[in-house]
Design a binder for this molecule. Structure first.
Ligand code: AMP
Length: 418
């Protein structure tokens, strides 16, 4: 199989790593990729927002499967453009990607499918915003309706800040605050069959103890030793399958990766959000544990044959990833700095590249999230220690990372309300 991965972050590096170890993959391409992916895939320049160019690259390379990593091309219709060339594509159509592209649309689908989520109001002016803030009370949750790279959501007890955030959004969703720990659950689907992966947890805020603004994600671990047994089955039955069925019923089947961001609240499991693609950085840990060859799995989802795919196999143990971010991330990341120490990252840790580029034989930073240092080990403690031992080797001026990835889980401090 010849495979083309679209994107250039640590998620795509993790996807390429898994695909490159699948024996059926004879050629692996990535567009645009990054300095780390270049070691395992042939890179091609691409503006991922350009769906026509994406389909053209796929056709020129004669690939059998395209895997679209980021949400922006999916929401723009990259999967439709690729399929129009007669090429199998892992990733939902433009219409189905609205599950991520519009929070208001996702809420409407959840309401139709009876999927449990936070009560919410879609607001179009400040008067409606004020009414919704009064209705739900603090802590206030205010969401930009459209794509915002994980940074469009404000959760605050400060009413003025909530109102100000809403004023910056074109259309805004105000919703009930959900208490309880969060879980990311990914499912592979061909639009009919749903295959859940292992639950993971990510860390959205920039600082330790969830201080500071939301980011694209600062770290993750999997599996989650503290989740109730039966959670995956419950969410498959009450969230994932009904959503996939509802999208098919609407004539816009969702095929690709359905990502449910969940809160385990005192009232039960609630959907915080849907994403239409592999999450970053959870993918780095989930794929580190997956033993089933990835290309066959994604190809089955892309070709409507997932019901015939054998059950997934998982490695024992745990995976932890820690994101090394550039100075100034998330507000104003500084780029162009030399990264040293990559070759010194000790096993079992390894460096997945995110915002990196090659320059004059060196690797330099080219984005806000620069590296995802990932490790697997038989215990969560060992996986965490190994990931941080890797982080300690990285030299990048002004870089920062969270020091508490997976720490509460390890200390048994995560409580699921009952
Ligand atoms: P989203 O982009 O919808 O995932 O929101 C980003 C983050 O904001 C989530 O991971 C949560 O930590 C937080 N968040 C979103 N919605 C809520 C909510 N209704 N209650 C509490 N926290 C929320």
């Amino acid at each position: 199989m010849k495979v083309l991965v679209i994107g250039g972050g640590a998620r795509e590096h993790a996807l390429c790593l898994a695909l490159s170890s699948d024996p059926v993959v004879e050629e692996l391409h990535c567009a645009p990729g990054n300095a780390g992916i270049a070691a395992i895939a042939e890179l091609h320049p691409l503006d991922v927002r350009d769906t026509v160019a994406t389909a053209t690259v796929a056709a020129q390379l004669g690939v059998d499967l395209v895997v679209v990593g980021p949400e922006i091309p999916l929401v723009a219709g990259a999967a439709d453009a690729v399929r129009a060339q007669g090429i199998a594509c892992f990733g939902p159509s433009r219409a189905a990607a609205q599950l991520e592209g519009s929070k208001a649309f996702a809420k409407e689908v959840m309401a139709s499918a009876d999927v449990p989520t936070a009560a919410s109001r879609v607001c179009r002016d400040q008067r409606q915003v004020a009414g919704a803030l009064d209705e739900f009370g603090p802590p206030y949750v205010v969401k930009d309706d459209g794509l915002a790279a994980g940074k469009g959501v404000l959760v605050t007890t400060d009413r003025d800040a909530a109102t100000a955030h809403a004023a910056h959004c074109e259309r805004v969703v105000v919703e009930e605050f959900l208490d309880g720990p969060e879980v990311s659950l990914f499912a592979i689907t061909d639009g009919v069959t749903v295959v859940p992966l292992v639950p993971a947890q990510d860390f959205k805020r920039v600082g330790d103890d969830d201080a500071g603004p939301n980011t694209g994600g600062m770290g993750a671990y999997a599996p989650l030793p503290w989740v109730p047994s039966g959670l995956v089955d419950e969410v498959t039955t009450t969230v994932l399958q009904p959503t996939v069925d509802e999208m098919r019923r609407r004539g816009t089947p969702f095929a690709g990766l359905l990502y449910a961001g969940l809160a385990l609240t005192s009232k039960g499991t609630r959907v915080v959000e849907f994403n239409a693609r592999f999450g970053d950085p959870e993918t780095q840990v989930v794929l580190a544990l997956l033993k089933t060859p990835l290309a066959g799995l994604l190809h089955a989802a892309a070709t409507g044959t997932l019901s015939q795919h054998p059950p997934l196999r998982w490695g024992d143990g745990f995976a932890v990833t820690v994101v090394v971010a550039a100075s100034g991330y998330p507000e104003q990341p500084r780029t162009g700095d030399v990264i040293n120490g990559l070759a010194a990252v000790p096993g079992p840790a390894y460096a997945l590249h995110a915002g990196t580029a090659a320059r004059d034989g060196e690797v330099v930073s080219s984005g806000g999230r620069v590296l995802s240092i990932t490790a697997t080990a038989p215990t969560l403690q060992d996986a965490r220690d190994a990931a941080y031992a890797g982080v300690a080797q990285i030299r990048l001026e002004g870089a920062h990372h969270r020091a508490d990835i997976a720490l509460k889980a390890l200390r048994g401090e995560i409580v699921v309300p009952t």
